[in-house]
Design a protein around this ligand. Structure first.
Ligand code: AP5
Length: 210
């Protein structure tokens, strides 16, 4: 199964992708997570993209497409993958089509109000990147990761100015991909408002495990 997860920031793409990747044994490839790992490790790529990401802007198509091309060439992506957060522009979608044929683009349907609530309450583990939410997905011990005990922090791009910018960028550059995939009959809409367990059940009905 070769899928794209498409939707506004904070729609729950990463949360569902992690559940689906485990269940369907396919890799979860998040361009945002690849960039954040590069920033944490202070690699040349990380130093180049940090200010762009913190401000809620998009990294250039050239850099992002090359990174995805290299990632999809790895053995574990041969039989399937979830691309979370890529493509985000029409040129990225065109480049992807020249690399691999996808089965579907899953479009996460959610309001701006819900997005702001989810992003402003998100907490992330500094060590293993597991996501939490102060109301919807609380850790057992406040400020600590359930999985590894790491410290939870607020992503720089989850500050309100950056959330507003990310929503603007989503509307102008990424939302046109909904029509793009609809036109080529590859779009699958999913209601992203319920709890993640409910969304997973809808996903399993749309894409049954074989
Ligand atoms: P990226 O990491 O892709 O950020 P994003 O698309 O903005 O997505 P998020 O990670 O913010 O949200 P999500 O939809 O995964 O939601 P999550 O599951 O975490 O990209 C970051 C940056 O990298 C971009 O801004 C850009 O600069 C750069 N970048 C990345 N890809 C790029 C590309 N292709 N081209 C150019 N630049 C690129 O959930 C959010 C919160 O809600 C969490 O707290 C979670 O616990 C909670 N939650 C999740 N699901 C539910 C639910 N069902 N009910 C209640 N709460 C929920």
């Amino acid at each position: 199964m070769k899928l794209i997860f498409l939707g506004p920031p904070g729609a729950g793409k990463g949360t569902l992708a992690a559940l689906v990747a485990g269940l369907y044994s396919i890799p979860h490839i998040s361009t945002g997570e690849i960039f954040r790992a590069a920033i944490r490790e202070k690699t040349p790529l990380g130093l180049k993209v940090q200010a762009i990401i913190d401000a809620g802007q998009l990294v250039s198509d050239d850099i992002t497409i090359e990174l995805v091309r290299e990632r999809l060439a790895k053995d574990d992506a041969k039989n399937g993958f979830i691309l979370d957060g890529f493509p985000r522009t029409i040129p990225q979608a065109e480049a992807l089509a020249s690399i691999v044929k996808i089965d579907s683009a899953v479009n996460f349907d959610i309001s701006d109000k819900d997005v702001v609530e989810r992003l402003s309450g998100r907490r992330v583990c500094k060590t293993c990147s597991q996501n939490y939410h102060v109301s919807f997905m609380k850790p057992k011990v406040e400020g600590k990761c359930d999985k590894c005990g790491g410290e939870l922090f607020i992503r720089e791009d989850d500050k309100i100015e950056s959330i507003t910018k990310r929503l603007e960028v989503y509307r102008s550059q990424t939302a046109p991909l909904i029509d793009h995939y609809k036109k080529i009959d590859k779009l699958t809409d999913i209601d992203a408002r319920p709890a993640s367990g409910v969304i997973l059940e809808s996903f399993k009905e749309l894409f049954p495990l074989r």
